[in-house]
Design a protein around this ligand. Structure first.
Ligand SMILES: *Cc1c(COP(=O)(O)O)cnc(C)c1O
Length: 407
């Protein structure tokens, strides 16, 4: 095992300096400057290769620069890219049809970023509450979970339990109630006649790869149905095969009333997000109620169609299940003195370090020096979420290095 870049070289240092001088400092990246990618591998400006175990927070599930998605994008980019929804385009119809058939819903509403899709779901739930359920004007409540991550708009950070996400950005949108994640009693107690929806991640990715108690999603969905409350699953990170199932909710045979998708929906090429729901809910949106200049554009539609086709044709959901099990087994067998717990599902894996083990970021720095890019989350958790195209030899290669760093 060779050690990469113990000292940052001139080329990287210069580019890092440019970002620091001219860019807002709202991130603190690892000191690696990437210039190309292929499948599970990425390369920095010095020519060092790394196994990408972050996949851009699960957006690059199909692998970097997937040739089929690339070809589809290039062909469409030379035809037409943006029409706005003032006109029809010949790609949006086929895209929403294929997405609905994939997800098993009657209607789709395309947006761009994940946060916009979450905002769309919130608007759908509120308008449904007023026009279908009969909640008095401006009284709708949405229940969310502590430890949530749903994006960075002011409304969304307003119902975060993470102090740093909120601090300095108020005042916030009212109408949200926080309960502990995975707590059925708290959910039951929080529901009132004005509750429009329960918004939940089936696994909290940014929250530290936290899974709820088995049966929670089933029970929560059942309770919501009985109480006429919409069950909304944010599957932006967990959906589209990441956990070894089509959606993470599939593991418990739960069908959310609204499902929110993003990230891997475009295979990492372009921001494409969407919500899926049946007509009874989606039809609350009337012309002019909601929109986005880029949402549903033909370039994004083509990319997303191909990204879904790759998921199907390469059995990436099955591969995520098989390789995820192997990855988690190998990690669990490691018996490192620094590890509290290995958890996750499919290829969404968290290694939770013991408090005395030091910061997860330091481990990520050392992994980087050995050619593995991973990202800490919540100070004590190293997240492993490689592209779903990863193979057994790739994992074996990684394990040698992970074992070394965790030893
Ligand atoms: C990444 C993420 C979002 C936000 O997506 P953006 O594209 O960054 O706006 C929302 N919810 C979950 C669960 C996510 O992982």
């Amino acid at each position: 095992m060779s050690i990469i870049g113990e000292t940052v070289t001139t080329k990287s240092a210069h580019l890092i300096e440019l970002e620091k001088k001219w860019g807002a400092q709202n991130y603190k990246p690892l000191d690696v400057v990437l210039t190309r990618g292929e499948g599970v591998w990425v390369e920095d400006v010095e020519g060092n290769r790394y196994l990408d175990c972050l996949s851009a927070y699960s957006a690059v599930s199909q692998g970097h620069c997937h040739p089929r998605i690339l070809a589809a994008m290039q062909a469409q980019a030379g035809r037409i890219t943006l029409t706005s929804r003032a006109f029809y385009n010949d790609q949006l119809g086929p895209f929403v049809q294929e997405l609905c058939e994939f997800g098993g819903y009657e209607k789709a509403l395309p947006m761009n970023s994940g946060a916009e899709a979450v905002e769309t779901a919130i608007k759908a739930a509120r308008k449904w509450a007023y026009t279908v359920k009969g909640v008095p004007d401006d009284q709708a409540e949405i229940i969310v979970c502590a430890g949530n991550f749903h994006g960075r708009t002011t409304t969304i950070v307003g119902f975060s339990s993470e102090e740093q996400y909120r601090s300095g950005f108020g005042p916030f949108t009212p109408g949200f109630k926080l309960i502990p994640y995975g707590d059925m009693e708290a959910l039951a107690a929080a529901i009132t006649p004005n509750t429009a929806a329960f918004l939940v991640e089936p696994i909290q990715g940014e929250g530290g790869v936290v899974t709820p108690p088995p049966g929670f999603l089933t029970e929560a969905a059942e309770l919501c149905r009985r109480q006429n409350v919409l069950f909304i699953a944010d599957e932006i990170q967990t959906g589209l095969g990441r956990t070894g199932a089509r959606f993470a909710c599939d593991h418990e045979d739960v069908r959310p009333d609204i499902i929110i998708l993003g990230k891997a929906l475009s295979g990492g090429f372009y921001p494409v997000s969407a919500i899926l729901a049946d007509a009874e809910i989606m039809d609350v949106f009337l012309p002019g109620d909601h929109g986005s200049t880029f949402g549903g554009n033909p370039l994004g539609a083509v990319i997303a169609r191909e990204a879904l086709a790759v998921l199907r044709d390469e059995d990436l959901i099955g591969n995520a299940a098989r390789m995820g099990e192997y990855f988690i087994d190998r990690l669990s067998d490691m018996a490192s003195p620094h590890v509290h717990e290995v958890r996750g599902k499919g290829l969404l894996i968290g290694v939770d370090l013991l408090p005395e083990a030091g910061a997860a970021r330091d481990y990520c720095e050392r992994l980087r020096q050995l050619g593995i890019l991973a990202k800490d989350t919540h100070k004590t958790v190293i997240r492993f979420a490689p592209p779903l195209v990863i193979t057994r030899p790739d994992i074996d290669w990684a394990m040698e290095r992970i074992a070394y760093v965790l030893a």
